[in-house]
Design a protein. Structure first.
Length: 187
């Protein structure tokens, strides 16, 4: 793989997109999604990936944050991708599931059921297990009686558990792992 000099413009298809090259061999890929990719940010978090979300008209702020925090900017803004090709990844689809598939393939993300629900889907912080008794007044009584294990976001204090919604998350995870079934994830 030949690296292009930083001052040259990226030509689609000539070499891997610079943003898809990992920042460091052992460091996990981190993202920042703009206002056009909010659902994608949520799904990346659900799948256990570090994905900040910032809905701002100041697109250069996204690039500054991306550069300072080692994050790739995910956007549908072609002009932003043209201006900062080494930091910005252009999403070609409006569909969040197709965007997720595109990012997973481009960055070779290790989608795994073990990662599901390890980050807060609201604020992106890693969640932690908590004592069941500590969430008694914060979850529905039926849920409290039925579920044994709970997790909590240490930042926003949202409580998580493996409820019926978990099946949908596992389906999406399975579809991403098996690939090839482009229409099944949008069902």
């Amino acid at each position: 793989m030949v690296e292009q000099p930083a001052h040259t413009r990226y030509v689609w298809g000539s070499t891997p997109h610079p943003a898809t090259v990992p920042w460091a061999p052992m460091q996990e890929q981190r993202f920042i999604c703009d206002g056009m990719a909010g659902k994608l940010a949520r799904w990346l978090r659900i799948l256990g990936f570090d994905a900040e979300y910032l809905n701002t008209p100041d697109k250069t702020m996204l690039v500054r944050i991306g550069r300072s925090e080692g994050r790739t900017v995910l956007t549908r803004d072609g002009r932003l991708a043209d201006r900062f090709p080494s930091l910005v990844f252009l999403l070609s689809s409006e569909d969040p599931m197709e965007q997720l598939r595109q990012v997973k393939n481009a960055f070779r993300l290790p989608v795994s059921p073990a990662r599901l629900g390890t980050r807060c889907s609201l604020c992106n912080a890693p969640v932690r297990p908590v004592e069941k008794a500590s969430v008694r007044d914060r979850v529905p009584a039926y849920t409290y009686e039925r579920i044994k294990t709970f997790h909590e976001c240490p930042v926003c204090r949202r409580v998580y558990w493996r409820g019926d919604h978990w099946k949908r998350m596992e389906q999406v995870c399975l579809l991403l792992r098996t690939e090839g079934r482009t229409d099944a994830a949008s069902a």
